[in-house]
Design a protein around this ligand. Structure first.
Ligand code: 5GP
Length: 191
């Protein structure tokens, strides 16, 4: 029998390494895929439209909101971010584990709308390490780092709202833990 797909919400403060963790999971299993979000923020060096994000103007994004195209959307650090609903639905129907790699407010909206979704919060080992990672990443201005750190402090306080919490101290351990969660959740759904 074909595997039943599922939705996985992976949330973490900016700079916590959720994209790296996801890429490692992709290396060890072929049944995972990622929902590509839409955003109004400007692309960073090397980011490609349709690969990292769908980059839109504010007007385009607001039209998509009007057309009810999003499973969830938020305003984060002054920009819109949203999960297009149709592609995620299609991926799950085709038996995939569809990851939504999103911030906490959007994650909570999805939890309400899709109670079957598995929710995982990735924690930084501590706030100082998170700040160092954000600085080292060198993608944000000092002002943006301050804003992201402030959001991160609030996000970490909400970790208990998620079904699972995984600390990203050692990458391989975090990946192993998430892989085990996926296997257990798949087993439940495919019994
Ligand atoms: P960044 O600008 O660093 O790419 O993303 C900023 C934050 O927005 C990250 O925490 C990222 O996971 C989150 N994010 C990306 N796409 C979405 C989305 O579609 N919805 C929500 N709610 N958050 C998103």
């Amino acid at each position: 029998m074909a595997q039943k797909g599922m939705m996985v919400i992976l949330s973490a403060p900016s700079g916590c390494g959720k994209d790296t963790v996801f890429r490692e999971i992709q290396k060890v299993r072929s049944d995972v895929c990622e929902s590509i979000s839409a955003t109004t923020r400007t692309p960073r060096d090397g980011e490609q439209n349709g690969v990292n994000y769908y980059f839109h103007s504010k007007e385009e994004f607001e039209e998509m909101i009007e057309n009810d195209e999003f499973l969830e959307y938020v305003s984060y650090a002054g920009k819109y971010y949203g999960t297009p609903a149709a592609p995620a639905k299609r991926m799950i129907e085709s038996g995939k584990i569809c990851f939504l790699i999103i911030e906490r407010v959007g994650a909570q909206k999805v939890m309400k709308r899709c109670p079957d979704a598995v929710s995982i919060f990735l924690m930084p080992p501590d706030m100082e390490t998170l700040k160092k990672r954000l600085i080292k990443r060198n993608t944000e201005s000092d002002e943006a780092i301050k804003s992201r750190m402030k959001i991160a402090e609030d996000e970490v306080k909400c970790a208990s709202l998620f079904e699972y919490t995984v600390v990203n101290n050692e990458l391989s351990k975090a990946v192993e833990e998430i892989n085990e969660i996926l296997n257990n959740e798949l087993k439940k759904r495919n019994m």
